[in-house]
Design a protein around this ligand. Structure first.
Ligand code: SF4
Length: 263
């Protein structure tokens, strides 16, 4: 095994900037084979990635975290994407039901510290169940989402899952996303049409007004300091020192190093 840091990815990330989502998708499949999957909450951009995966016929599984308190519309969207796009959606969930958690810890999501703990238990911890199964996860974070995502890199290390995150839509603008969804009649969560710009748990998500930031509807009851759940490492500032451990030959393949192993 060898270390791959965020700093090591700088040059490769620069060359990835001009690649289309489809090219990034096929690069990921060619590089990681069966050890890459999609990670999605099946919001607009996530459903778009699923459509791209389906039409590219790259045969990737989709990892979906059901916190146990998602909207019915979100679960219906997951089922529709799976059946109509012919994708294998693997649903992960927390060990405790929300009722069990509340009995043990109280209503966590009503305070900033509690929200961090609740999101950790219900969103991030379930993902640990696939740790070691994949070397890369394809996400749908976009710079057009603004805030902390305004500079999201295409490739990012995820030390908690020890894998690479591949944000194939990082450079996709709001207009490109809207055009793609319209042209391809992408399945989307019907809640988007009811004013939900982004969609998470039913306890912590509200619609937004037209002049509000997209994420204003997330943890609105906690104020503007609660914006992200922590499931995406690039939403947290880990800097260029963050690193993962992967087989040396895989790192060479990722970085495009030509190595003569016969020497
Ligand atoms: S979004 Fe709210 S309910 Fe969902 S895991 Fe986070 S704090 Fe808990």
């Amino acid at each position: 095994m060898a270390a791959l840091s965020q700093a090591d990815l700088a040059n490769l990330n620069a060359t990835m900037e001009s690649r289309t989502p489809h090219e990034l998708l096929t690069w990921a499949k060619a590089t990681f084979g069966s050890r890459v999957a999609v990670l999605s909450a099946l919001q607009q951009a996530g459903c778009t990635v699923c459509h791209m995966v389906s039409t590219a016929k790259v045969g990737l599984d989709v990892i979906f975290v059901d916190t146990g308190v998602l909207f019915q519309e979100t679960l219906a969207t997951r089922d529709k994407v799976a059946s109509q796009y012919g994708l294998n959606v693997i649903t992960l969930g927390p060990d405790m039901s929300m009722e069990e958690q509340t009995e043990k810890f109280g209503v966590l999501y009503l305070t900033p510290d509690g929200q961090t703990k609740c999101c950790e238990m219900r969103k991030s911890a379930p993902l640990q169940k696939i740790k070691g199964r994949y070397d890369a996860l394809i996400g749908s974070l976009r710079r057009g989402d603004g805030e902390r995502r305004s500079k999201v890199p295409i490739l990012a290390v995820d030390p908690k899952l020890n894998c690479l995150r591949v944000n194939i839509l990082a450079t996709f603008t709001d207009q490109q996303l809207a055009d793609y969804i319209r042209e391809h009649r992408v399945i989307t969560n019907p809640l988007h049409k009811q004013g939900y710009a982004t969609i998470g748990c039913n306890r912590c998500t509200t619609p937004v007004l037209p002049d509000e930031p997209k994420r204003a509807g997330r943890w609105r009851h906690l104020g503007p300091w609660a914006m992200y759940c922590g499931i995406n490492p690039t939403d947290l500032d880990r800097g260029t020192e963050a690193a993962i451990d992967l087989p040396k030959e895989l790192i060479d393949r990722i970085l495009g190093r030509k190595v003569d192993y016969a020497i």
